[in-house]
Every structure is written in structure tokens, then in C-alpha cells.
Design a binder for this molecule. Structure first.
Ligand code: ADP
Length: 400
């Protein structure tokens, strides 16, 4: 006779959160789709047009704007939890959704506010004693002149809301250089940090507070846009890694973030780290994890917002590099992509299905191995083939 097992009645499980609504139809939403299929989560994307990167491939898409109350509420009615491809959904709309009880919002509007408004973020992080560059709230040109006088005549000025990829960031020596921005309200000024390099620390956090941290990475920018990432950041010993991961975990706890949090950091010449900004969603500096970590940041974000157990963050190789594919000469990337894949069978390619515009993020490549310099060289060879096209790349070689 077999043993009769008592049914487990102890702790009731929360109802499963299977239906996920993603506000925004960009490449981050697109890259959530694969892991959602694997986990059998139903993903619905709210995109502004059927041509957007995620809308082109999602199983379920609604067309509507992120700042349209009715569109976001209708999405909420159709799902269990709302999450984001970008942080621009107005707080009042999200609070309205929470008020109806139609869906959970993860991260919640109070957490998200710190990724939406850089003044709010600076104020809160300073109050919590997390390391930031020196900063000033500017209500008008007089405040800026006073701060400039204090800091030797040079500052970084930022629009608090709506900036991305360096739009909304200017190095300023004279208040007149941002007179156009003052019309829009208060501005943030920061000391111009003489950083050695930029780092990024990512953590994922579940609603109950469980967190996991990814290795801290180095991110390199070109014209204000993330261009290369090396994971883990070269030359950070285990205790520095741990210290920076702990900072990111504390920020996630303090701000009650749910989902992925990216803490972008400056590492100064004297070894300090200062928080630059926060993103509460999968982030460009975590794309390496798609091919180079046990659990990608996209799967991890879904697990966190669906309140599933979090996954291992361990890298699958000693070094992983990621290079962004930013719009260049070639209007069709597929010929160059085929050439790049032929040259380097270890190359992992991710194209976002977007039309080409100069400088636009169109995709990325990753490579795993043990030497960052040679992996970057191979990644850039692929980038040239894809972005300039195979013929242009051959012509370049022929000329040299
Ligand atoms: P965005 O929200 O557009 O990404 P960021 O605040 O991240 O804007 O700034 C974009 C880039 O500008 C940063 O990655 C960094 O290279 C540079 N930057 C921003 N703030 C400072 C600062 N206080 N000092 C020096 N460089 C800065």
C-alpha cells in the first residue's frame, strides 16, 4: 500500500500573478517577451503604435499612450500586475490604478518617482545618506550663478524629468546656456564629477523584500549613450564588488523598489563611488546577462514583479562584454548581421526590429570569454559589419 500524503494546508499561497502588463513598447518590453514565454506568463504590451519594437512581436498588444489615463487603466483591467519599459508614466495615473484595485503596480508609483525626477532622487538619497555628487536645486538663473561661483565656474545642469541618453544634460559655464530650460521649471545642478569610469550595479527585489544582486559592471558612453559594458567591472576586488552591491540593495530596500533596479555610478580617481541615477526596469547595462548570466535581467524582472523566487545572478564566463548597435550607414542590418554571425559563431546578436536613425539603439551584441580586450575587439568587428554594412566594412579593409 502506498503512503497517503496529507494535503499541505499550512500557508495559503498568494494567487499566481500570471498576467503581466508592460507600459511602453520599446526594446526592453520586447526582450521581456522571450522569458515570459518560458515562464508561461501572459504578457500584454501597451505601445503607442503597432510598429514599436515590442508591438511587432508581442502576442498581445494594446495601442495607447503611457500618459493616457484611460489606456493605462484599461491595461490594468486586463492584467494582474503592471510594470514598465520606461519610467515616464505619470504618478497620478498609477495611483489611480492602485485605487481601483484592478492590478498591482510594480515598481509602485512612490518608488518610481525617484527614477522619474532627478531632483526628488537627489533629495531622497541625500536624506538617506547615500553618496551623491554635490548638487543644487535651481529655481532660476541667480541660483545657478551662485552655484557656479562656488564651484569654479563649471557645473552639470540637468532637466529633472524626461531626460534620456544624455538629452537633458549640459555642461554649463554661464547661466545663459540653460535659459531655455528655466522656462520649464526647476533644474538640477551637479558638480562636474572627475570620474575614472562609470559603473552600474543592478539588483532585483521581490514584493516581500528578497533581493539578488548582479556583478557590478563597467559601462562606457559615447556622446552620452551607453556603448560598451564589461561584466564584471575590471579591477574591482571582491570586497569592493560587495560594498557596491550592498549600496544598491540598500537603495532598493529604502525606496521599496520591486523589479530590477539599476544604480548608475561614478567611480572617482580616489576610489569613491557616487550615485548618478536610478532606473527601475531592465537596463542597457544589464543586457550582458541575457547571454552571460544564469538568469537574465529580463527573466529576473518578470520573476520579481510576478513575485516568483528570484534566480541565480552568477556569470557563466569570467568576462562578458556587450556592445550596443547604434544607427549608422546601413539602412538594413540583416546583411551585415549575417556576415557578422558567419565571422564569429560565438557572437550573440540581438536586433530590436527598429527603423534605422543615426545614433538610435537598434540592437546589441554580446560575447563571453576570458579577455575583455579581445572580446571587445571581436564585438566591434561585428558592430562595424552590422552598422556600416558588409560592403562598407570590406571597402574599409581594402583601403587600409
Ligand atoms: P540621462 O538620464 O540622459 O542618461 P545622466 O544623468 O545619466 O543622463 O547623464 C548622462 C551622462 O552624462 C552620464 O552617463 C555621464 O557620462 C555624464 N554626467 C552626468 N552627470 C554628470 C556629473 N555630475 N559629472 C560628470 N559627468 C556627468
Amino acid at each position: 500500500m502506498g503512503t497517503v500524503t496529507e494535503p499541505r494546508t499550512s500557508t495559503p499561497m498568494n494567487p499566481p500573478t500570471r498576467r503581466i502588463g508592460v507600459v511602453g513598447g520599446g526594446q526592453l518590453a520586447r526582450m521581456l517577451i522571450g522569458p515570459a514565454i518560458e515562464l508561461d506568463l501572459d504578457l500584454t504590451v501597451l505601445a503607442t503604435s503597432p510598429d514599436e519594437s515590442a508591438a511587432r512581436v508581442a502576442g498581445s498588444t494594446r495601442i495607447g499612450r503611457h500618459d493616457d489615463d484611460a489606456a493605462v487603466r484599461a491595461l490594468a483591467e486586463a492584467v494582474d500586475v503592471i510594470t514598465f519599459d520606461h519610467e515616464h508614466v505619470p504618478g497620478p495615473i498609477l495611483r489611480g490604478v492602485l485605487g481601483t484595485g484592478a492590478a498591482a503596480v510594480r515598481p509602485g508609483p512612490d518608488a518610481l518617482a525617484h527614477a522619474q525626477d532627478k531632483l526628488h532622487m537627489r533629495e531622497r538619497l541625500t536624506a538617506l545618506d547615500h553618496p551623491c555628487p554635490r548638487w543644487w536645486r535651481l529655481t532660476g538663473p541667480d541660483d545657478l550663478e551662485a552655484a557656479l561661483a562656488e564651484m569654479g565656474g563649471r557645473l552639470v545642469v540637468k532637466t529633472p524629468r524626461g531626460g534620456y541618453d544624455g538629452h537633458g544634460v549640459r555642461i554649463v559655464t554661464d547661466a545663459a546656456q540653460v535659459s531655455d530650460w528655466f522656462a520649464g521649471g526647476e533644474l538640477l545642478a551637479e558638480e562636474l564629477v572627475d570620474f575614472r569610469r562609470e559603473l552600474s550595479a543592478q539588483v532585483a527585489r521581490r514584493p516581500g523584500g528578497e533581493t539578488v544582486a548582479y556583478p557590478v559592471v563597467e559601462s562606457r558612453q559615447r556622446d552620452g549613450v551607453c556603448y560598451e559594458v564589461i561584466a564584471p567591472a575590471p579591477g574591482l576586488d571582491a570586497s569592493r564588488q560587495q560594498q557596491i552591491q550592498d549600496l544598491a540593495r540598500r537603495i532598493a530596500d529604502d525606496l521599496d523598489v520591486v523589479g530590477m533596479l539599476a544604480v548608475e555610478l561614478f567611480e572617482t580617481a580616489d576610489g569613491r563611488v557616487l550615485v548618478n541615477e536610478l532606473a527601475m526596469r531592465p537596463h542597457n547595462t544589464g543586457h550582458w546577462s541575457m547571454d552571460g548570466a544564469v538568469t537574465s535581467q529580463f527573466e529576473q524582472h518578470l520573476r520579481a514583479v510576478a513575485d516568483l523566487p528570484l534566480g541565480e545572478t552568477t556569470p557563466t564566463a569570467p568576462v562578458v562584454v556587450m556592445v550596443n548597435l547604434l544607427g549608422g550607414h546601413a539602412q538594413d542590418l540583416h546583411a551585415g548581421a549575417a556576415a557578422a554571425l558567419a565571422v564569429d559563431p560565438e557572437l550573440k546578436l540581438h536586433l530590436y526590429g527598429k527603423s534605422v536613425r543615426p545614433g538610435r539603439k537598434l540592437g546589441h551584441v554580446t560575447l563571453c570569454g576570458d579577455n575583455a580586450a579581445s572580446l571587445l575587439e571581436r564585438a566591434h568587428r561585428a558592430e562595424t559589419l552590422i552598422i556600416d554594412g558588409p560592403d562598407a566594412a570590406t571597402a574599409d579593409v581594402a583601403c587600409t
